[in-house]
Design a protein around this ligand. Structure first.
Ligand code: SF4
Length: 104
């Protein structure tokens, strides 16, 4: 039997009674952090990639930021997307694209 956790706004956490732990359906997760904040036994951990990012930018190679469209919900005070793109470029990214961009 399969249950979906109510804390997740996109139903990305499934609980299968046949397994020992809940799991996250990665394709659905929007990274809102609700499960991280709600998990009282602190069973969910956050893995930061900031160190790897800084090393990559410092290496001098051109790095592209590929953003999920959901990120606009994280910065609802930014009404002009160009400011958002410039913010990301100021971090050191050479290119900024939305994940659904098709390169032909
Ligand atoms: S981060 Fe948000 S969307 Fe992702 S699994 Fe947790 S509650 Fe669901």
């Amino acid at each position: 039997m399969l249950f979906l956790c109510k804390i997740c706004p996109v139903k990305a956490i499934k609980v299968d009674v046949n397994t020992e732990f809940p799991s996250i359906i990665v394709e659905r997760c929007i990274g809102c952090g609700s499960c991280y904040q709600a998990c009282s036994p602190a069973a969910i951990t956050y893995r930061s990639s900031i160190t790897e990012f800084k090393e990559l930018i410092a290496s001098g190679v051109k790095v592209a930021a590929v953003c999920d469209p959901a990120i606009s919900g994280e910065f609802h005070d930014i009404t002009d997307y160009r400011k958002f793109v410039q913010m990301i470029r100021n971090l050191g990214f050479a290119f900024v694209a939305e994940v659904s961009l098709e390169l032909t």
